[in-house]
Design a protein around this ligand. Sequence first.
Ligand code: ATP
Ligand code: MG
Length: 423
Amino acid sequence: MAEKIQSIRGMHDILPEQSGLWQYFENTIRDTVQSYAYREIRMPIVESTDLFCRSIGEVTDIVEKEMYTFDDRNGDSLTLRPEGTASCVRAGIQHGLLHNQQQRLWYMGPMFRHERPQKGRYRQFHQIGVETFGIAGPDIDAELILLTARMWKRLGLQDIRLELNTLGSNEARSRYRDVLVNYLTEYKDQLDEDSLRRLETNPLRILDSKNPELQAIIEAAPKLMDYLDDESKLHFEQLQAMLKNVGIEFTINTRLVRGLDYYCKTVFEWVTDQLGAQGTVCAGGRYDGLVAQLGGRETPAAGFAMGIERLLSLLEDQGVKAAGDPDVYLVLQGEQAQIQGMQLAESMRDQWPELKLQVNCGGGSFKSQMKKADKSGALIGLILGESEIDQGIIAVKHLREKLDQQTVKQAEIISVLQKLLNT
Ligand code: ATP
Ligand code: MG
C-alpha cells in the first residue's frame, strides 16, 4: 500500500459531523453583522510580505516568528495572511473605499500563524473580522462592542467578560514608554530574554508577557492610564458612559496592550475562563494611524477579530448542538419505486426548498434501508413501494417516536410533513 499523506500539523479538516455547528455559527454571525448594516468584504489569502511587516510591526510575535512566508515563482516574497486587518486596509486604500467616507465592513476566513499547536491554538485557524473606517468618536467603539455582545446573546454563549483599556495617543504612549523603560531597566537582571529584547524595541509588549516570574514586576509598573492625553481620556470616559448606559458590563485592565503595534486609544478583549490559557475569544480596538501608515490618508478606524475555533469549543462545552441531519429519509422498494421516487423527491424539494430530504441510493432490502434511515438521524422515514405507487400514496413512519405508521396521498405529503415537523 502507498504511504498515507497526513494534513499539516496544526491545520485541521472540518469534518461533516462538525460542519453543522460551523454553519450554525457562521449564519448567526452573518445575521448579526447584517442587523447592524455591516457589509462583507473578501480579500485574497496571500499578500505581499511587506504589507504585514509594515502594519503589524516588526517586533511582534507574528512578524518575528509566526508568518508563513515564501518566495513565489517570480521571486516575490508572499505571506499567507496571519490576520485580516492589514488586508482590509490595503483593499480599502486600493479601491478608494476609505477617503472621505464611512465604512462598516466584515469578513470571515482562514488565517495562518506558525505557532505551537495546542487546544485553541492552531496554524490554520479562522477569524471573523469587523472593521470600521472614517468614524473617530467613541460611539463606533461602543457599537463594535454592542455588536459582539449581541453575537454572544444570539449564539447563547455565557460567561464571556469584557476587558477594556486605552492606549492613548501616539505622543502619550511615547511619553509613557520612556517612563516604563526607566522602571523596567531597574529590574533588568530579572527580565527574561524576550523582555530584554523588547525593552529596546517594544517595551509596552512586556506588559503582555505570559511569564509568571515577571508578573510581580509588571503588576507594580507605572500605569499608562496616568500618562494619558486629555483627548484620549475623554474618549475613554465617553465610551465607558455609553456602555454603562446600555447595560454592558466591563472591567478595566490596564495591562491590556494587544499583540499588534497599530492600536491606539480603545483596546478591548472578550475573555472566558473556560478555555484554559487560550481564553481570549475576541480582541480589537482603535487603529487611527494604520491607514496612513499603509499609504492612505489619515483615517480613523476601529475593529476587532474573533477566533472561531475558540468560540465553537465554548459552544460545544456549553452544550449547543447543530447537526446537519436530514429531516426525512425516503426508502424505495423495487425498481419502479427507484424511478418514481426520484421524481417525487424532486417535486417535494420544489414545494418545500428548506426540507432536508435524503433519498436512499444504492438499493438494499427494506430492513437495510430502514437501518440507514435510522442512522441518518432523520425524524421521519417515507416508504415508497409498488403498492404505494399503484395507489398514489406513501407510508410515513416516525423514526424517533412511538407513533403509528400512517399512509397519505402523495399529493399531500408536503403539507403532512410540514405539520409533523412543526414548521
Ligand atoms: P493570543 O494572545 O491568544 O496569541 P493574539 O493576540 O495573537 O492572541 P489576535 O491576533 O488578536 O490574537 O487574534 C484575534 C483572535 O483570534 C484571538 O483572540 C483568538 O481568539 C484568535 N486566535 C489568534 N491566534 C490563534 C491561533 N493560533 N489559533 C486559534 N485562534 C487564534
Ligand atoms: Mg498570538
